[in-house]
Ligand binder design. Structure first.
Ligand code: VG1
Ligand code: CO
Length: 542
């Protein structure tokens, strides 16, 4: 039976860079989940009898939230719910299912790269019918509604058995529990030359993939080991756990350091990769070479035509503003469009839908294409494998060749985590106040050309997003960007993005932090990071 339940609003349900993310105990407050889901349904119209896709990354509180979401979908009038077995769907797989089934939208439960467990992070994100994260006008409406909500609708029927592939019912709502991997794996087979990759593995190519006890385990096992014939054991930590084995499922050099050490060792396999909590990020490491996500985007774009799904070439490339300009040089050579968007995948949706771009990427280890409307970790891994199989070269050779052709963009991000909100906003306010006086200022051998607070006008719908990061651009193409994270759940995280362009091949062998030393010093000079945060070094360098 459908019930209408009275509730009180919460004042903190504002979605950030990628959905609503909070600690689990926050979500466990009375009606907290129900309020947010009802606010989603109240902010979108026309879903009566339509399909909703629901799934998550398997973290703690995933199953409980899925049961609530299904019962609320029933009481609000959806006709069909598609849910992954065990409640599991990677973010890109959910995006694909929304598109394939012409669903009205989807609810994805994840806090991505953040840790999971009873006192760790959880998240709820709403995706629209193109398969992508809801644009800002929708998330703004959801937040506005959450501040006023006074009732929600829910069915009081029994829980769905999420582990049994089947069609079950909640009154008139049909709930299809489907295999989490099948549709996604089939999509990958349409994009890549599985035969060539299989042959490469059969010829002795070795790989290590760290699933970080997160959602990509089942996907990677099926695709890499079963369909492509990679050696058993290629996929490490392949069983999704509610607390990710106590680790951060963040595929960077800090949290995937075992993979990094393996790839730098004498006995390194040919290729190393990892993905994050919800399967939308990727880390790429060749034998004795780490490929920065910004470089990976550029190298994938330059070589994508070698994969069957992209043999017709790319329409354009989009990158988030803090991502390095390496992809811009590829777009220039290919004579295709390049778009610079604010941080977060939701800004790529319009460009992809309008056919302006084919490949998108972010410096935070996110790459994806028009095949879905989310970034896609395994997609990036498979495109790399396809390129390696086609070029019959190592990652090192491909990178060296790329830098010789386009120049090298040395790049790093320094994160200062767990800062007080006052210190972090004070630092940003101070930077903003300095903007008019920065052009022309000299810092060591660097001289500032321009500085601004990045604002974006969407070329498709004209919507404007302001205050998306402070950019300091130097003569010669170097750059520092400062912004605060929108995905954290406690305190504030300052991100400092550093980039230096080096055209001369003779200088392409430098260690990154050494190549960037002048910029690191300049960043502190302008922003007074050390004195304002009390930190003498970043918590994470990626
Ligand atoms: C971070 C990254 C951003 C990414 C977002 C979601 O956001 O910087 O590039 O899109 O996480 O990724 P922020 O606001 O903390 O810098 V994921 O893998 O959480 O869906
Ligand atoms: Co993620």
């Amino acid at each position: 039976m459908n019930l209408i339940v009275a509730t009180q609003p919460y004042d903190d349900q504002k979605p950030g860079t990628s959905g609503l993310r909070k600690k689990v105990p926050v979500f466990q407050q009375p009606n907290y989940v129900e309020n947010f889901i009802q606010s989603i349904f109240d902010s979108v119209a026309g879903f009566s009898g339509e399909t909703l896709v629901i799934g998550g990354d398997g973290r703690y509180f995933n199953r409980e939230t899925i049961q609530i979401a299904i019962k609320m979908a029933a009481a609000n009038g959806f006709g069909r719910v598609i849910v992954g077995q065990g409640g599991i769907l990677s973010t890109p797989a959910a995006s694909h299912l929304i598109r394939k089934n012409k669903a009205f939208g989807g609810i994805i439960l994840s806090a991505s790269h953040n840790p999971g467990g009873p006192t760790e992070d959880f998240g709820i994100k709403y995706n629209v019918s193109n398969g992508g994260p809801a644009p800002e006008k929708v998330t703004d409406a959801i937040y506005a509604r959450s501040l006023e909500i006074d009732r929600y609708a829910i069915n009081d029927g029994p829980d769905i058995d999420l582990d049994r592939i089947s069609v079950q019912h909640v009154d008139d709502l049909a709930v299809e529990v489907i295999d989490s991997v099948d549709d996604y794996a089939a999509l990958m087979e349409t994009l890549f030359d599985f035969g060539a990759i299989r042959q490469m593995f059969a010829d002795g190519f070795r790989m290590s993939f760290d699933a970080m006890h997160a959602v990509t385990g089942p996907y990677a096992l099926e695709i890499l080991e079963r369909r492509l014939g990679a050696q058993p054991g290629t996929v490490k930590d392949g069983i999704p756990l509610p607390d990710f084995g106590g680790h951060h499922p963040d595929p960077n050099l800090v949290h995937a350091h075992e993979l990094y050490e393996l790839m730098m060792s004498a006995d390194a396999p040919d290729f190393g990769a990892a993905s994050d909590g919800d399967g939308d990020r990727n880390l790429i490491i060749g034998k004795r070479i780490f490929v920065t996500p910004s470089d990976s985007l550029a190298m994938l774009a330059a070589n994508a035509h070698l994969a069957p799904g992209y043999s017709g070439g790319l329409k354009g490339i989009a990158r988030s503003m803090p991502t390095s300009g390496a992809a811009d040089r590829v777009a220039e050579k290919l004579d295709i469009g390049i778009y610079e968007t604010p941080t977060g995948w939701k800004f790529f949706g319009n460009l992809l839908d309008a056919g302006l771009v084919t490949i998108c990427g972010e410096e935070s280890a996110g790459t994806g294409s028009s095949h879905v409307r989310e970034k896609d970790g395994l997609w990036a891994v498979l495109l790399w494998l396809n390129i390696l199989a086609a070029r019959k070269q190592s990652v090192q050779e491909i990178a060296a060749d790329h830098w010789a052709t386009y120049g090298r963009n040395y790049y790093a991000r320094h994160d200062y985590e767990g800062l007080s909100v006052e210190a972090a906003t004070g630092l940003m306010d101070n930077l903003r106040a300095q903007l008019p006086t920065l052009p022309g200022r000299k810092l060591g051998s660097l001289s500032i050309r321009t500085a601004d607070d990045f604002a974006y006008t969407d070329p498709v719908d004209g919507s404007v997003s302001e205050h998306q990061g402070i950019r300091i651009l130097f003569e010669g193409g170097s750059r520092i960007v400062f912004r605060l994270s929108g995905t954290g759940t406690s305190g504030a995280t300052l991100r400092v993005y550093l980039e230096r362009f080096e055209p001369d091949t003779a200088h392409h062998g430098m260690e990154t932090q050494i190549a960037l030393a002048g910029l690191i010093e300049a960043a502190d000079g302008i922003a007074q990071i050390r004195s304002r945060t009390g930190r003498d070094k970043p918590s994470v360098v990626t």
